[in-house]
Design a protein. Sequence first.
Length: 56
Amino acid sequence: MADGGNRINIGTAVVDTARSGGMCRDTDPSFFIVAGSGILHDVGPAHGSGYRYNRA
């Protein structure tokens, strides 16, 4: 956790190719940020700007 508890950092994910069906791939480090009434998930520069989840 960082930024006073408003950010959760996620490290690089590495796919176990022996158990993968070929659809999965390694990912960049990412993070979640509490932003207003939702959560932003930045999935890293190789995958665009990420996703935003808002309360319904």
